[in-house]
Design a protein around this ligand. Structure first.
Ligand code: SF4
Ligand code: SF4
Length: 374
């Protein structure tokens, strides 16, 4: 087992006022003994699933990004860059609507385009493209957003690292790792090969319901940080009511013993946890521990597949923008050749990764069971 810090620091923070956020960021970083930033080239990686208004809680709030940038500058970082790969990642992407591009401009941090000349990284099982900015950075700081996730239930620190993989290489991982368990394993293995040095989670406002892209904003009232992504995910998940044993990413990471052997090893610094728990947070219902063979069987028995949750397209809301088609790793969606603003799903090609639902800007894709015969 790799020996690493096990501290998680949590601070209550009710609003996105810069001064309050900044002082929480500084306290959390120091409490967790974050690495020295003096003279270092720092890459800050927020969660920008899609470029949208901060009020929708899809992305890390720009004030949290600004606080982290200014903290790194105050600590003597020689350069600060900011970047992420959104779900639909086109060359030249800039997070304007989310306010993060403006934060870069006013702080002097560089917005970096992850599609430019990506490098390669060796994982346990194969190789993967990563942003070249990763190679240029001495220290990576990850800023996950507290949200539900239809596939892995909860998206926090371990999941946020996936955004270092640019453009279609990211969506392709859903085709390679087709069910909850194998996708979770991949996420853990990605972090084993490429782990940011520090994680600061924006949990001031979280997303409940149909996360990570279509859920509802909800005040959760905290910021949390750690150098240990598993410890942070266990604590942050518990604050919105998830038992870490139900979270496949945490379960798999614990079974590997790479960052923690047990949740009991976490050293906690912050207010009493019970008082912070948002017990009415609308979670994704946990559905047993799907294993690979069950997913394999379901893919081959049409009746069982029909009982599964699937993407259901609401054509009355569809604008025909094509974003779901671009992101789908198996080309299971196409524009209807006859009806305008209709898309059609080739169900046998669908691997239920729900990337389409994440990116639809019109809320036109629900993830639910379809009535038999519907
Ligand atoms: S249709 Fe949607 S859920 Fe199915 S494979 Fe494509 S992106 Fe994934
Ligand atoms: S379903 Fe959503 S993402 Fe797909 S084409 Fe329609 S509006 Fe665009």
């Amino acid at each position: 087992m790799i020996s690493m810090d096990r501290t998680v620091a949590v601070r209550e923070c009710a609003e996105y006022g810069f001064n309050e956020v900044y002082s929480c960021v500084a306290e959390i970083y120091r409490s967790c003994r974050g690495p020295s930033l003096s003279g270092k080239r720092v890459l800050i990686k927020p969660n920008i699933l899609s470029d949208d208004s901060p009020s929708k809680c899809i992305s890390t709030h720009p004030v949290v990004v600004e606080a982290m940038i200014r903290f790194a500058q105050a600590e003597g970082a020689s350069a600060v860059a900011v970047g992420d790969s959104p779900a639909v990642h086109l060359r030249g992407f800039k997070p304007v609507k989310s306010g993060i591009y403006e934060v870069c401009r006013k702080t002097g941090a560089e917005w970096t385009d992850f599609t430019k000349k990506p490098s390669e990284l060796t994982l346990r099982n194969g190789r993967i493209k990563i942003a070249s900015a990763v190679k240029r950075a001495d220290i990576i700081i990850s800023l996950p957003k507290l949200k539900n996730h239809e596939l892995v239930y909860f998206t926090g620190a371990i999941k946020n690292t996936l955004g270092l993989v640019p453009a279609f290489s990211k969506a392709r991982q859903h085709a390679l790792h087709q069910d909850r368990e194998s996708f979770s394993r991949f996420l853990v293995e990605l972090n084993e090969a490429l782990m940011p040095s520090f994680f600061l989670l924006d949990g001031i406002m979280g997303m409940e319901g149909r996360g990570p892209g279509q859920g509802d904003p909800v005040r959760t009232g905290f910021l949390a940080g750690s150098s240990n992504p598993l410890a942070l995910d266990i604590i942050a998940g518990s604050l919105i009511g998830y038992d870490h044993i139900d979270l496949p990413v945490c379960r798999f990471a614990l079974s590997r013993g790479i960052w923690l052997a047990s949740a009991d090893e976490i050293e906690y610094d912050g207010p009493e946890l019970e008082a912070l728990v948002k017990s009415d947070f609308k979670k994704i219902p946990v559905r047993g521990n799907t294993n690979i063979s069950l997913g394999f069987i379901k893919n081959r028995i049409p009746f069982l597949r029909k009982l599964d949750k699937r993407p259901v397209f609401l054509n009355e809301k569809c604008t025909g923008c094509g974003q779901c088609i671009s992101i789908c790793p198996t080309s299971a969606i196409s524009l209807d050749p006859v009806r305008q603003n209709h898309v059609t799903l080739t169900d046998r090609e669908c691997i239920r990764c729900f990337c389409c639902s994440e990116v639809c800007p019109s809320n036109a894709i629900q993830v639910r069971r379809k009535l038999i015969g519907a």
